[in-house]
Design a protein around this ligand. Sequence first.
Ligand SMILES: Nc1ncnc2c1ncn2[C@@H]1O[C@H](COP(=O)(O)OP(=O)(O)OP(=O)(O)O)[C@@H](O)[C@H]1O
Length: 340
Amino acid sequence: MSIVEFRGVTKTFGTGAQAVTAVDGVDLAIEAGQVFGIIGYSGAGKSTLVRLINALEPVTSGQVLVDGVDLSTLSERELRRVRAGIGMVFQQFNLLRSRTVFGNVAYPLKVAGWDRERRRRRVAELLNFVGIADKAWSYPDQLSGGQKQRVGIARALATNPKILLADEATSALDPGTTAEVLRLLKRVNTELGVTIVVITHEMDVVREIADRVAVLDDGRIVEEGTVYDMFSAPKSATARRFVRTVLRETPEGADLERLRARHGGRLIAARVDDAGRLGAVLSDAVSRHGVRFEIVYGGITTLSGRSFGGLTLELLGEPAGVDALVAELRTTTEIEELAR
Ligand SMILES: Nc1ncnc2c1ncn2[C@@H]1O[C@H](COP(=O)(O)OP(=O)(O)OP(=O)(O)O)[C@@H](O)[C@H]1O
């Protein structure tokens, strides 16, 4: 059973000519223990989707199930219980400025009726986990963005939720701090077993921590799958655009013009992955086909622990030899001609 499931969910705001369909016929299954990314541009409906999961908004049609229970069948009191099992982390942290770090993290425990001693022990444990035990008596204004988000995460985890919703949790942070916060979220997933739904407009965030990803475009899921599959073979135009923001393995525009100006040989872009034998074919290129090559662009990274990337090669030799090499390369990996 999925921990979160959407069945034909539509959410419309307003009526008549003013109606806006923010979520449009979404089917989605998030399994327990996953980090699930939902990526989309501004206005795609991401925040609305999140608000449907924690029942801050009712669906217009369809069903949202949390732990197998259709939220629309629950009373307000039962919904509060479901919400208590879902933590939330926000882009703007949403900390109480008048309370210390300790006070912010203790707040949901107080609301849940924990006594003072239990609260103290739990907050200490949480602050240790997120690495800001030394800031317990500081106020939010005295903290950096990354520290504030650690407090936000500690607060979200206070009552031991099974699900954590992170809505653009790193969008207000610089790249270095983003990486630290993402590592912390990954630990929340692996060490505490919390299922995390990450809402973002940044493909880097998806690449860093998600297991699976859904692409939301104009309220619809246009693509869904493992992060590796989406990066290595994006199917929708929106997914391809997102992937290109992170992986610049194929030169375009001015980069491509510069390469063409500098390199007279035939330019091809080759995909590199775990299965490919690009290196093996290239190392025999001279002896088998009389073709030399130069690596002129690209990069290789890891995705979900697997190699992934692309290299642009300049192939130098007799046209027939180059043709034969390209044909051989095509049998091992994806090749794109960067024609003049
Ligand atoms: N309470 C509301 N009343 C009316 N329209 C709304 C409401 N909430 C969202 N919308 C509309 O629904 C659409 C999706 O908005 P939503 O905030 O879910 O998108 P988003 O992907 O989270 O965008 P952003 O990243 O900019 O927040 C938008 O057109 C928005 O104007």
